[in-house]
Design a protein around this ligand. Structure first.
Ligand code: GLU
Length: 468
């Protein structure tokens, strides 16, 4: 049987890290088995579902590269199908109309709680022969078996069993005629021929109810893999406070999708002690049975480490295509200076994100507005005038603007003035870049170009205090 998995988000917000990881595992499993991946939008909660959330989900999935083979399907477009099956269950006596009032249910609940019991529907309308008018408001409840156990072998958590006595007759169609989540999911997974359901462990309690519905419909039951929660690095449930933002925020913050994917795949799945996985490798090695049972803790440092790895090692032309986004976002005119690939070669080592890289690249493209105060105070003193003036003369005379020649100029200046390299290199760095830290100044000057370097030196020389 062809493997078919799905990702079935409710469009009520952004695609968060937890959802992205579920989508990744589901997508990876399909790809690893040569199967298909379906996107289904579970929008039956019409009050909370929005088009903006649907767009954001798809944007996040596309950015991460989760291509879907089918869909997006929308549950709101399938009401006829759900209702047809609910009517069929009614006709077969596998579902029934429930007229219990809110008040009755509330009283029942309070009494059960007072007795220390778990609140559950008592089946009042299941066998009732009370007469009701056709238009009397009612819900439809599923007639859950009252004996025996429901068991399934979860790929992550092993065998799970629930006694049917623990499950009450759940509502499958509300008073307003809208079918409910647990029913729609079953019909969809059946109609869409889903073979493995990968989803968050918050759905474990739904699974036995859904299995009973599969049985009632005469549908084959898929396999399940319930993925554990993600915790913040302080052990609390992941929340905004821990940076649990939508995945597009990671793009904005300067992460490559490859780094986020690699991070997510390792967050709850392992293959020996391997840390770095290309997309192809993940697909080749992924298996549902190696997903960890315990909750995983989010670790921003590790994500940064991975991002740095990918910035350094991926094809600079590809990295540049992502850096462009940052440059545009920061309003840096990157056409007015060295190629982005050269900047990546120079700054990748020292940056964890493309955001940082873009920010640090400003002096290659723009004139700085002000020199970093601390750097100026330390390195642009009166004593800097002589080495800067001499170096300016030597640089102006250069025919070849190559790193080696530039290095030689710095060295010659130091020798001539009998100064340490630092006494020449540091004022030069601050004058040329406006900051106290940069990669090797000869290579930086090479990229910035002669004209700009000389102009910046002139500007600084004009401002420097006279020699003491
Ligand atoms: N729509 C559900 C959610 O977003 C997922 C349902 C499922 O995967 O079965 O939590």
């Amino acid at each position: 049987m062809k493997v078919k998995t799905r990702f079935a988000p409710s469009p009520t917000g952004l695609l968060h890290i937890g959802g992205a990881r579920t989508a990744l595992y589901s997508w990876l499993f399909a790809k690893s088995q040569g199967g298909e991946f379906v996107l289904r939008i579970e929008d039956t909660d019409t009050e909370r579902s929005t088009q903006a959330a649907i767009d954001a989900l798809m944007e996040g999935m596309t950015w991460l590269g989760f291509d879907w083979d089918e869909g997006p399907y929308y549950q709101t477009k399938r009401f006829d199908r759900y209702n047809q099956l609910i009517d069929q269950l009614l006709a077969e006596g596998k579902a029934y109309k429930c007229y219990c009032s809110k008040e009755r249910l509330e009283t029942l609940r309070e009494a059960q709680m007072a007795n220390g019991e778990k609140p559950r529907y008592d089946g009042h309308c299941r066998d009732s022969d009370e007469h009701h008018a056709d238009d009397e408001p009612h819900v439809i409840r599923f007639h859950n078996p009252q004996e025996g156990v429901v068991a399934f072998d979860d790929h992550v958590r092993g065998r799970i069993e629930f006694a049917n006595t623990e499950l009450d007759d759940l509502i499958i169609r509300r008073t307003d005629g809208v079918p409910t989540y647990n029913f729609c999911v079953v019909v969809d997974d059946w109609d869409m021929q889903i073979t493995q359901v990968v989803r968050g462990e918050d759905h474990i309690n739904n699974t036995p109810r859904q299995i009973n519905i599969y049985h009632a419909l005469g549908a084959p039951v898929p396999e399940f893999a319930h993925v554990s929660m993600i915790l913040g690095d302080d052990g609390a449930k992941l929340s905004k406070r821990h940076g649990a933002v939508g995945v597009m925020q990671y793009r904005d913050d300067g992460y490559l999708p490859e780094a986020v994917l690699n991070y997510l795949v390792r967050l709850g799945w392992s293959h020996g002690d391997q840390e770095i996985f290309s997309r192809e490798e993940m697909i080749k090695l992924f298996s549902l049975d190696n997903i960890s049972k315990s909750a995983s803790a989010f670790n921003t440092e590790k994500l940064k480490w991975l991002n740095n790895h990918y910035i350094r090692t991926m094809d600079p032309v590809y990295v540049a295509s992502h850096l462009e986004w940052q440059m545009n976002d920061l309003g840096i005119d990157y056409k007015n200076g060295p190629a982005l690939t050269a900047i990546i070669g120079m700054l990748a080592e020292r940056c964890h994100t493309l955001r940082e890289l873009a920010q640090q690249s400003r002096y290659f493209y723009e004139e700085y507005e002000a020199i970093d105060e601390a750097a100026a105070k330390k390195h642009l003193k009166a004593a800097a005038r002589e080495p800067l003036a001499l170096i300016r003369t030597k640089l102006a005379a250069l025919d070849s603007w190559e790193t080696e020649a530039l290095h030689q100029v710095i060295q010659d200046t130091a020798t001539e003035l009998n100064l340490g390299m630092g006494k020449v290199g540091m004022p030069l760095r601050v004058a040329v870049t406006g900051v106290g830290q940069s990669p090797s100044i000869d290579a930086v000057m090479q990229l910035i170009g002669k004209e700009r370097v000389l102009a910046r030196l002139d500007k600084v020389l004009a401002l420097l205090p006279a020699a003491e």
